[in-house]
Design a protein around this ligand. Structure first.
Ligand SMILES: NC(=O)c1ccc[n+]([C@@H]2O[C@H](COP(=O)([O-])OP(=O)(O)OC[C@H]3O[C@@H](n4cnc5c(N)ncnc54)[C@H](OP(=O)(O)O)[C@@H]3O)[C@@H](O)[C@H]2O)c1
Length: 299
């Protein structure tokens, strides 16, 4: 298949591109500058220089592809609309990357949510994530425009990426701040739980979804779950640091900003990848997040 992927220089997009190439697909990838174009070409990806705001470019790339993966920015609506326009009436796949923060809460690190969301569970979307949820819905509605539209909703992704950006977001940021301050800081009491998934297992899911996901499907993606307190303790052990510092969310917000303190680190985001396991035969194989942090995580 000739696949067009956005976010080709990113953590998820780069890793997915490398996995697709290994499976025998050819990949054209959107990058924003010539230097990244040169570097992804070395991985075997044919670079396309542009941005998610280049509507005509996205329409043309989608038209000449056999399928599109959007892994650049889950919140960029005009880019998504351009990809839908390019694929209109074609029956080809469009895999759009969202994120499980669409079902996060405002626990501020101090409670565990009872709800583990499955794809059929009615969503309670926090106001700050409504625009992202609206984009997901627009993608799923593209089934009515003759597109095999699919939304992939990963939880906290860990592991080392295979493209230009080897680093994810949540765990590497805690490591960076621990390097700066000498302690691992966790929001609130750190009892809040996020599901998580290894990047290699996630890339495998994109491959399966590209090949056989039915139109109009959303997939949560996880291979386990863990509290941020446990993540913090594992990072401290790996870095040979003292006990984790539990930090009131409001204090964390002053330094990290409200979005990161309250949602990225203080919330619960528990999902069950039931549909991917059942419909796609997806079987995550990699070590759990805690084992990865303690045994494999590069410092
Ligand atoms: N990592 C996770 O744990 C996780 C979990 C769930 C959902 N997500 C979501 O998945 C998406 C990708 O995440 P990631 O971790 O792969 O992030 P990333 O490593 O920052 O990759 C994003 C890539 O998209 C490119 N990009 C961003 N905005 C663009 C634009 N307007 N035009 C063209 N290219 C653009 C960036 O290009 P440059 O290289 O030029 O900056 C970057 O290479 C994000 O929306 C993120 O919120 C991530």
């Amino acid at each position: 298949m000739k696949v067009f992927i956005t976010g080709a220089s990113g953590f998820i997009g780069g890793s997915v591109a490398v996995r697709l190439l290994a499976a025998g697909h050819s990949v054209r990838g959107l990058v924003r500058d010539a230097e990244k174009a040169e570097r992804i070409a070395k991985l075997g990806v044919e670079p396309v220089i542009g941005t998610l705001d280049d509507r005509d470019l996205l329409v043309a790339e989608a038209q000449k592809s056999d399928g599109v993966i959007n892994a650049a920015d889950s919140d960029h609506r005009p880019g998504v609309l351009a990809l839908i326009e390019g694929l209109w009436g074609s029956g080809k796949p469009l895999l759009h990357t969202s994120g499980s923060s669409v079902i996060s809460d405002d626990a501020r690190g101090n409670s565990v949510s009872e709800t583990v969301f499955e794809e059929e569970t009615p969503f309670v979307v926090p106001p700050s994530k409504q625009a992202r949820r609206d984009i997901d819905t627009r993608v799923l509605d593209a089934i009515g425009s003759g597109i095999r539209a699919v939304v992939i909703c990963p939880s906290n992704v860990y592991g080392v990426g295979h493209g230009l950006n080897p680093r994810s977001v949540q765990i590497p940021f805690l490591v960076d701040q621990a390097k700066k301050s000498g302690v691992v800081k966790i929001v609130g009491r750190g009892v809040n739980v996020w599901s998580n998934v290894h990047i290699d297992d996630l890339a495998e899911l994109y491959l399966l979804a590209l090949e056989k996901a039915p139109a109009g499907t959303l997939y949560f993606v996880e291979n386990g779950e863990v509290s941020f307190g446990e993540i913090g303790a594992a990072i401290a052990k790996r870095m040979k640091l003292g006990p984790v510092v539990f930090w009131p969310a409001e204090e964390a917000a002053k330094e990290w900003g409200e979005v990161w303190a309250y949602f990225t680190y203080g919330s619960n985001s528990r999902v069950n990848a039931k549909r991917a396991r059942k419909e796609l035969g997806w079987k995550p194989l990699r070590n759990s997040a805690i084992s990865w942090i303690e045994e494999e995580m590069p410092l």
